[in-house]
Design a protein around this ligand. Structure first.
Ligand SMILES: [Fe+2]
Length: 393
């Protein structure tokens, strides 16, 4: 017998090379006439904002570009975007960029139809439906275009604006927008997508729909991430990663993440002074999260190992399950990612503080399939510090 479950995502998804050309007809079709394009300077300079403006123009729409988005956006940057959209006579928002620009665009779309500010909406919610919104990722990894969350950084911690109203009217996933991403960003965002798929698969909120999407996402990332890392012009691999990231984003938008993301957040800014890219930060501690959780979900972790290319034929279930973190570490090695916390500036005396930081993320802990204890986190981070799984020690 199956338990009941909800499943939500963007109202519409457009996937495929060249689909960015349809942004104007999509928005105009739901009544928009004047769009604020929220992006960052790099994307703008690469000509993508011009391309979006041309597509809006072709559909008879006016538009203006705000390109002040930054990585790991602060509340202040979010408020700047909100001030921009409130003064330009806009009736719609286009988010164009990586996860940061898209999260800022969600905040801006809330600000267009609601009084107040981001921190107030996080604490008390907001009531007015959003103006028409199109979200167009330029990386293959964050999945933010199909999630109900916008993350901002305060000096103390990251905070999430969460609402089912943050799903866009249309998510336009055009793999061509990712073609010029350099190898390290491709690796950073691609491994983040894999963590979204695996964590969503582990999550206590997983359901048969998210499990099916998560497995296919893992399979595609294992097939295409190495290829696209070696040759960014491999359009089939770019398409494969864009689709895999989209699937993982849909998984995350429903099942959400486990302590994989909490462990990655626990040792970087704003929890510490260490600045490190999101995907890499999650990935370094992720083999140890998989090792921690495998005991609670032997069948699921044996399947992860198989999907990530390990030969599990004839193995006892426990042995197959513990190949999952090994498979993940092989991918990290191939992507030339650091394999231990000590390689990225964490010192041994920081470990107790970092371990306690995980427990400050109650929602990640609640969704984790294995109970999260301080003792367990101390052991997990001791392994992550050395870069060694327990049976490798
Ligand atoms: Fe992530």
């Amino acid at each position: 017998m199956f338990s009941s479950f909800p499943f939500r995502t963007a109202k519409k998804i457009l996937f495929g090379t060249g689909t960015i050309e349809q942004v104007g007809t999509e928005l105009n079709g739901i009544g928009a006439t004047n769009a604020a394009i929220i992006t960052d300077a790099t994307i703008s300079q690469a000509g993508w904002a011009d391309k979006v403006q041309a597509a809006l123009d072709a559909a008879g729409m006016k538009s203006e570009v705000w390109d002040g988005s930054q990585a790991e956006p602060s509340l202040e940057v979010g408020e700047e975007a909100i001030a921009f959209v409130r003064t330009g006579g806009f009736d719609s928002v286009v988010g164009l960029g990586g996860g940061s620009a898209i999260d800022i665009a969600k905040g801006a779309a809330v600000g267009l139809t609601n009084e107040g500010n981001i921190m107030g909406w996080i604490k008390e919610g907001f009531s007015n439906p959003l103006a028409p919104m199109a979200l167009c990722p330029t990386t293959a990894g964050t999945g933010s275009e199909v999630s109900d969350t916008a993350v901002f950084a305060t000096p103390e911690l990251k905070v999430g604006l969460v609402s089912s109203m943050l799903y866009p009217d249309v998510a336009i996933v055009d793999p061509e927008l990712t073609i010029s991403l350099p190898g390290p960003i491709t690796a950073n965002t691609g491994i983040d997508a894999l963590c979204h798929a695996i964590e969503g698969f582990q999550s206590v909120q997983a359901n048969p729909l998210t499990d099916a999407l998560a497995i296919e996402s893992m399979r595609m990332i294992n097939r295409y991430l190495r290829r696209v890392y070696c040759n960014g012009k491999d359009i089939e691999a770019r398409e494969g990663m864009a689709l895999a990231s989209l699937l993982a984003g849909i998984v995350m938008g429903n099942a959400d993440t486990t302590i994989g993301h909490a462990c990655g957040y626990a040792y970087v800014y704003p929890a510490t002074d260490l600045h490190y890219p999101h995907g890499h930060a999650i990935a370094i501690t992720f083999p140890y999260v998989m090792e921690y959780n495998a005991l609670a979900q032997l069948e699921k972790h044996a399947l992860i190992a198989e999907v990530l290319g390990e030969d599990v034929e004839g193995l006892p279930l426990r042995d197959a399950a513990y190949l999952a973190p090994i498979a993940f570490k092989k991918l990290m090695e191939d992507l030339r990612l650091p394999l231990s916390l000590q390689e990225v500036g964490v010192t041994e005396d920081m470990i107790p503080m970092i371990a306690r930081n995980v427990l400050k993320s109650p929602n990640h802990c609640r969704r984790n399939p294995r109970e999260v204890t301080e003792e367990g986190m101390l052991e997990l981070f001791a392994h992550a510090y050395e870069g060694t799984l327990s049976w490798e020690m």
